[in-house]
Design a protein around this ligand. Structure first.
Ligand SMILES: Cc1ncc(COP(=O)(O)O)c(C=O)c1O
Length: 393
């Protein structure tokens, strides 16, 4: 039996991370272009990198900092939340990225055995956070196959009829892996239902700046709503690990409990990373939007490359950096298609089954510059066409 039987069920029974599976698939395969990982191709603002470069020998950089985050960063974030997100009654905790923010919240808001709600296709890491903390009663709502919007009528029933009532509802807006954007009246309805049922609503705004075709991001604020944000994609800071939680000032005791979790996981987010975040904020949203505008062409190239899948098979991309594409009925195994594309055609995408959407693939349009996206798109086009020919034959 080895030691397997002595490992915690909470870990053993948690899904394996799809990105690690992808890394295994791609190991040794040097010529693969990645449309898989949710990353952007740019680096943080040059001015910000230059400024942190000068801080390296500053003693405070190598010490622990306040659990909640550097005071000057928190102050700047409160201002950003107030002016950009219209959140005026929220406090801030800086975390080691949005993923750690989510784990903090699950540990603070949910007990093992509680039920929670997500909508498929869901963000795989959030699903895993529930699983590994013992929150295994994960109720998965459907999304409308056309709009990819959550089925709010189903949610209404679940929140009114389930016993016990779900403790927390989680949405990502705009979505990963769908790239779909939930319109404000719909999120408001979700929020009202949560409030009336006494459930928390956790909204992941990692892609707040990644909005296309004139759409504008918004946040909601109320005593049952917690918003999560990230510096990773917006400022090209994936490896610096900085995100934050905006939680309601008036939620009794929430801060004290969040602090316990924070103090036991990162203690504080990386200090140098927090300084980079602060300097990046000086570059401001226009710096990000300029880069995001450039992604529109990538989205177009990849949408076009997948036209062989059939009209209306490629969805999403209203926001975030993802297209969500339905494979033809003949492709029952999405991982098999992913393997084929990587091994035979040198292009990597994510299988939809990792997000509760078997029979789909997630294609990211943020990680490559336009010239490389063009190349990757051609590989994707060719790989898909040949796969369908081959499976039909
Ligand atoms: C919806 C969503 N939340 C959180 C994260 C993780 O972000 P961070 O790097 O800030 O932990 C990602 C990254 O892909 C994401 O797509």
């Amino acid at each position: 039996m080895g030691s397997f039987g002595r490992l915690a069920r909470r870990a053993v029974e948690t899904d394996a991370p799809v990105m690690v599976k992808m890394q295994e698939l791609l190991r040794g395969n040097k010529d693969v272009m990645s449309l898989a990982q949710g990353v952007v191709y740019w680096q943080p603002p040059e001015s910000a990198l230059n400024k942190v470069n000068k801080l390296l020998w500053e003693p405070s950089i190598s010490k622990y900092g306040s659990d909640d985050g550097l005071p000057e960063l928190r102050e700047a974030l409160l201002e950003k939340l107030r002016t950009e997100n219209k959140l005026t009654k929220s406090s801030v905790m800086v975390t080691s990225g949005a993923n750690q923010a989510f784990v903090n919240l699950v540990l603070t808001l949910c007990d093992a055995g509680d039920s929670v709600v997500m909508f498929a296709p869901y963000y795989f890491n959030s699903y895993m956070s529930f699983q590994m903390t013992g929150v295994t009663d994960i109720l998965i709502g459907a999304s409308n196959p056309e709009t990819l919007h959550p089925d709010v009528d189903w949610l209404e029933k679940v929140l009114q009829e389930n016993n016990p009532i779900p403790k927390l509802v989680n949405v990502v807006n705009p979505g990963n892996p769908s790239g779909a954007f939930i319109p404000k009246p719909m999120l408001q309805r979700i929020s009202d239902l949560c409030r009336d049922a006494g459930a928390w609503l956790v909204v992941d705004n990692t892609y707040e700046y990644f909005m296309y075709d004139g759409r504008e991001h918004y946040c909601l604020e109320d005593n049952h709503i917690v918003n999560i944000f990230s510096f990773s994609k917006a400022y090209g800071m994936m490896g610096w690990r900085v995100g934050y939680i905006a939680y309601p000032n008036e939620a009794d005791g929430l801060h004290a409990q969040l602090l316990k979790v924070q103090d036991n996981i990162p203690i504080c987010a990386s200090i140098i990373g927090q300084h980079l975040a602060l300097y990046s904020l000086e570059a401001g949203p226009e710096w990000i939007r300029e880069r995001v505008r450039g992604l529109v062409k990538n989205r177009e190239l990849l949408t076009d490359a997948m036209s062989a899948l059939g009209e209306s098979s490629v969805k999403g991309g209203e926001g975030a950096i993802y297209l969500w594409a339905k494979l033809p009925g003949s492709c029952s195994d999405d991982f098999e298609v992913v393997r084929w594309l990587a091994n035979k055609h040198g292009v990597a995408v994510i299988p939809g089954s990792a997000s509760g959407g078997p029979g789909y693939i997630r294609v990211s349009f943020g990680g490559l510059k336009e010239e490389d996206t063009r190349l990757a798109a051609e590989r994707l086009r060719r790989g898909q066409q040949l796969y369908f020919l081959y499976t039909r034959g």
